[in-house]
Design a binder for this molecule. Structure first.
Ligand code: IPE
Ligand code: IPE
Ligand code: MG
Length: 252
């Protein structure tokens, strides 16, 4: 169950859980006169660099947005390429992830994914299940609204079946049905490519996450921009809605 993103730990010392909106593959390719799919392939290389760098920066959980529920509306050839890249990533990197103690989690709707993609996802999760040195959570066919709606449905069914009670902290009870339930609170959400929106990523989980927007296009990402994002996070003050009592007399 997710810990509520509560008032504990206001100091932003460590970005334990970082979430990345990997954006800008298409523009990166276009600037080079290549088709968008070329950018997605370069994006996989950037993902590998970033996953290697993350634990060296104190990050324990990295969630990456690989394919949104809205990305189905892209041209069919591009959708097919994004699907095959997930397979390529797992085929080429699973052994290393397994060896290096990385546990892979995949969040998002499984319905609508083809049998070979489901096989790849299940293989990645089951082969790394015993690992806990670092957690890589891949959001694939993921949408924040879909995730909340699906959780609401599961919550209602569990309630109707008498499996849970409707007493206690409703936020804690509900968040246990989200696909991110196993992960710690999201500390930092980074979006690359200069766009400043969430595009339906981690809507519930973003409540008290710090947001950092970087101009770098995703295929150029890696250790250095990630370090810069974590540095910016460290300079932030997380308040969780609180304020210190006025201290006017002492100040005068
Ligand atoms: C992000 O790059 C990759 C995915 C959405 C999977 P884009 O493909 O969105 O690249 P831009 O935003 O068009 O440049
Ligand atoms: C968000 O990027 C999805 C992923 C990074 C997988 P998009 O490029 O799809 O988002 P919009 O369309 O610019 O909002
Ligand atoms: Mg984009």
């Amino acid at each position: 169950m997710a810990k509520p993103s509560g008032p504990q730990g206001e100091e932003s010392a460590i970005a334990r859980h970082v979430a990345l909106i990997m954006d800008g593959n298409g523009r990166w390719a276009k600037r080079r006169g290549f088709p968008r799919t070329f950018g997605h392939r370069a994006g996989v290389t950037a993902l590998k660099r970033t996953v290697e760098a993350a634990p060296t920066l104190g990050i324990e959980w990295l969630t990456v947005f690989g394919f949104s529920t809205e990305n189905w509306s892209r041209p069919p050839a591009e959708v097919a390429e994004l699907m095959s890249l997930l397979k390529h990533y797992v085929d080429s990197d699973l052994e290393r992830l397994e060896r290096e103690g990385v546990r892979v989690h995949v969040i998002g709707r499984r319905e609508g994914l083809s049998a070979d993609i489901l096989e790849v996802i299940e293989r990645a999760e089951s082969r790394t299940r015993a690992n806990d040195r670092f957690h890589l959570q891949v959001a694939f066919n993921y949408g924040g609204r879909a995730d909340i709606a699906d959780a609401a449905r599961r919550y209602a069914r569990a309630l109707a079946a008498g499996e849970i009670s409707d007493e206690g902290d409703p936020e804690a009870a509900f968040s246990g049905f989200l696909s991110t339930a196993e992960a710690p609170p999201v500390d930092l959400i980074v979006r690359t490519s200069g766009e400043r929106r969430l595009s339906n990523f981690l809507l519930w989980e973003a409540a008290y996450a710090e947001l950092v927007f970087q101009d770098v296009l995703w295929p150029d990402y890696g250790a250095e921009p990630l370090r810069a994002a974590v540095e910016e996070f460290k300079a932030r003050e997380r308040r969780y809605g609180r304020a210190e009592a006025d201290d006017v007399l002492a100040a005068g």
